[in-house]
Design a protein around this ligand. Structure first.
Ligand code: ARG
Length: 591
């Protein structure tokens, strides 16, 4: 499949060549090309170059223009010098339509592969065993899944890792409780247990064991002994631990399923998966002097990490009681991901509140030589989900909001929207209303999460999320469905492009935006910024809406124009479909 270079990059190249010809000393010269309202593009780079070469910018600009072939049949229709030495550049209508035709002919819409693709391990969707998932886990899952799709589309080999919290001291308490109350996790046929039932059983056990742990000193001691047994591999403890993990997975999978996300079992490698590496990890750190003993614990110190009292805050890899913590697991996971999985990049989609942890873990792994200069480790940190009032999202009773309740409410509201918009012309059956409602509701939740830059907090506002107007996925999904209904009127044949036609301003704006798809995908992939793709999609839908209101499609002046406009509709729909799919969002055919 052929990748298509965008008009922006073609224009950029021509200008760079002309600039280098006019000012050989400045080569390679960056023309600093931007999209512009006055023309299609504006180049601002000549000013700085002229200044450096002590030349007159307007004269230099004029020389550059003389070196550029322009005309109706060429890519550049018109280039003019403006102001102190800017260039205003208009591309020809023919070039726009021909480029789009090349994109349309390619199954990848002309999006290039990354020539330097490697292997990225993406650590995302990592809830904790025996605990309810919360909105933070939603963010990790949604942003992580989008990054996986975007990276794979650019040719990266992606290994998914769901680093679930399935190890640690709380299991002593849980397992001991189950030993003493053996029937608490029994509920008939395991195949028939649904996620809700599984979670409510786990919740019950968690709460009851916590009460005992806090009130009964003897139980507390038995729970502590149990952790030691578990970590030593005692079969009974392992078996009961496994039951907690299995029960939790029933619940996790039910939530991921509702989120329309595929999570494959072999990719779920939780903290426990690195258990047999922990001892060695600590030994290597201690032997090499990267970690030192401090007050009985094995610690790594950093010059620039200090607590409020000015004393250094270490990364604790082994506690004074001999227990291994979160850091030991993450360090072992790095050894596995780089050493065994041969990753070039490690991407962690985790709450920004864990930034210090990752900073210290990465630095430690560098000192130990597990992360070398050719391996990138990056935390794609995300902000907090806030309620409508701008405070961290809680129920009125002050409890964390259950993820499932939120998703159900989003689906319910979206279904109401779909039902209300349905009419004879749309003709959805009840089953289709329900299916589309789920796709719109889940899409809305995902889009809200993906459309602001990840590091920022965002407000969880269902009214806004399912709105048909404004920056929502619903808006784009309706634009997509509208296009499909037009295309259906025309039947099967794929509409052909007509580069010979003159374009209306709205057609040009839509066309130039369609041409940017590959660059936006590349940018989202390399900078780990799915929100750039979300913004692109929203703008695409807006430009389509203006085009559709100004340019009659089926009633255009000539058959060729009808077909060319249908071609634009078709390419817009395919781009929306692909772009939203990369974000994990479905595009129903009828709405
Ligand atoms: N389970 C953790 C939590 O709920 C997130 C795990 C993040 N990934 C990692 N490799 N530490 O906060």
């Amino acid at each position: 499949m052929a990748s298509v270079s965008s008009l922006a990059s073609t224009v950029n190249q021509r200008l760079a060549d002309a600039l280098s010809a006019a000012l050989p000393d400045a080569a390679p010269a960056d023309p600093l090309l931007r999209r512009s309202d006055r023309a299609d593009f504006q180049a601002n780079g000549i000013l700085a170059l002229a200044k450096k070469a002590k030349a007159n910018p307007r004269e230099l600009a004029t020389q550059v223009v003389e070196k550029l072939p322009t005309g109706e049949g060429d890519v550049l229709k018109d280039v003019e010098v403006s102001g102190p030495g800017f260039l205003n550049i208009t591309v020809s209508d023919r070039a726009i339509v021909e480029t789009l035709a090349a994109r349309a002919a390619d199954a990848r819409l002309g999006v290039p592969f990354n020539e330097n693709a490697g292997t990225t391990v993406v650590d995302y969707a990592q809830p904790n065993v025996a605990k309810e998932m919360h909105v933070g886990h939603l963010r990790s899952a949604v942003i992580g899944a989008a990054m996986v799709e975007i990276l794979e589309f650019t040719g990266e080999k992606v290994v998914r890792r769901h680093h679930i919290g399935d190890w640690g001291t709380q299991f002593g308490m849980l397992i001991q409780y189950l030993v003493e109350h053996p029937s608490e996790l029994d509920h008939g046929d395991a195949d028939k247990v649904d996620g809700e039932e599984a979670m409510s059983a786990l919740n019950r056990i968690y709460k009851a064991s916590r009460v005992l742990f806090d009130s009964d000193e003897e139980f507390k001691q038995r729970a502590r002994d149990r952790v030691v047994q578990l970590q030593a591999g005692d079969p009974e403890s392992r078996e009961l631990w496994q039951r907690f993990v299995d029960e939790s997975k029933i619940y996790f999978y039910s939530v991921f399923n509702k989120l329309d996300m595929q999570i494959a079992d072999p990719d779920v490698v939780g903290e426990s998966g690195y258990n047999n590496m922990l001892e060695e990890t600590c030994r290597i750190l201690e032997d090499s002097g990267v970690a030192v003993r401090s007050e009985g614990a094995l610690c790594v110190f950093f010059d620039d990490v200090k607590g409020p009292d000015g004393n250094p805050t270490p990364l604790i890899v082994k506690k004074s009681n001999g227990g291994y913590g979160y850091a030991a697991t993450d360090l072992s996971a790095i050894r596995n991901r780089v050493g065994d999985l041969k990753a070039n990049t490690l991407l962690y989609v985790v709450d920004v509140r864990q930034s210090l942890h990752f900073k210290m873990v990465f630095e430690t792994a560098r000192r130990a030589g597990w992360l070398t200069d050719d391996v990138t480790a990056h935390q794609l940190g995300f902000g907090t989900v806030l309620g409508k009032d701008g405070k961290p999202f809680k129920t009125r009773e002050g409890e964390t909001v259950r993820l499932v309740d939120l998703l159900d409410e989003a689906i319910e509201r979206a279904t109401a929207v779909v039902r209300e918009k349905n009419n004879e012309k749309v003709g959805l059956t009840e089953a289709e209303i329900v299916e589309n409602g789920a796709q719109i509701g889940i899409g809305a939740v995902k889009y809200a999460d993906l459309s602001t830059s990840a590091a920022r907090d965002y407000k969880f506002d269902l009214d806004q999320m399912v709105s048909l107007n404004g920056d929502t996925s619903v808006y784009s999904q309706y634009a997509y469905a509208r296009i499909q209904s037009i295309l259906r009127l025309r039947g099967e044949a794929t509409p052909a492009a007509h580069p010979e036609l003159a374009l209306a301003p709205q057609e040009r704006a839509l066309g130039l935006h369609l041409d940017q798809f590959g660059e936006v995908v590349t940018e989202a992939a390399t900078a780990y910024e799915p929100h750039k793709l979300a913004a692109y999609i929203y703008q695409l839908s807006s430009l389509y809406t203006s085009f559709y209101s100004e340019c009659p499609v089926l009633k255009a002046d000539t058959p060729a124009q009808v077909e060319n406009r249908l071609f634009l509709c078709d390419l817009t729909a395919r781009t929306l479909h692909k772009g939203l799919a990369l974000l994990g969002i479905r595009t129903p055919e009828r709405l």
